[in-house]
Design a protein around this ligand. Sequence first.
Ligand SMILES: [Zn+2]
Length: 210
Amino acid sequence: MFKKLLNILFPIECIGCGRNNVLLCPDCFNFIKINYPDYFSTEHIKQVHISASFHQKLLQKIIHLYKYSYIEKLSNQLSELMINYYSQIENKIDQPIIIPVPLHQKRLLVRCFNQSELIAQNFCRQFKYQLKNDLIIRIKHTEQQAKLDKKGRIENIKGAFKILDQNFVKDKNFIIIDDLYTTGSTVAGIAKLLKDNGASQIWCLVIAKN
Ligand SMILES: [Zn+2]
C-alpha cells in the first residue's frame, strides 16, 4: 500500500531516457562504455584502475544520484561496470583482500549505507574474493572531501583511519574499492596505513575519476 502510494507520488523513471517503471533501463545502461584495462601508480598503490570515463554524462548522473541522493539500488549497475572492467585485466592481483573505503559512523547514520561497501560486496561475490570491512575504521569525522581543495583534502584525511587488526595485514595483497577517485587522498591514506603494517601489493579500483 505504502509502496503503491510512493509510486504514485514519485513515479520511477529511467535516469537516462525517462522510460517508466525502471531506474535505469537496459538500453541506457548498455550505452555506458567501460575503459580498456589501464592503470597509473602512486606512492603506495601499485595500480590504480578506473572502470569508466567520467566524461559520460549519464554515468556522472548515476554516480551523483548514488552518492548524494542515496539511491541504494544503483549499486547493482555500478558494480556491474566495475566487474566488467576488472574481468578484462589479464594479470590480476593474486588473492587480494578487498577493502571498501570506510565511512565514519556519523555519516553512516545519515546515509544508511556505505556506497563503496555495496559495490565491493557485489565485486567479491563475482570474483570469490574476501571482503574485509572491519579491518580499517574511520576515526575522524572528516569534512566532506568534495568541499575541499587538494591541500585541504590531504590535511583533512591525516589520522582519519585506524587499523583494528594489525597482524592480519602482513604480506597480504589488497584492493581498495571506492566509487569516485578525486585527488586520491582518501585511498592514499588507507594505502599508507596498510603499507606501514607490512602489506605486500596494493591496488585501487574505482568506478570513475573526476
Ligand atoms: Zn533509459
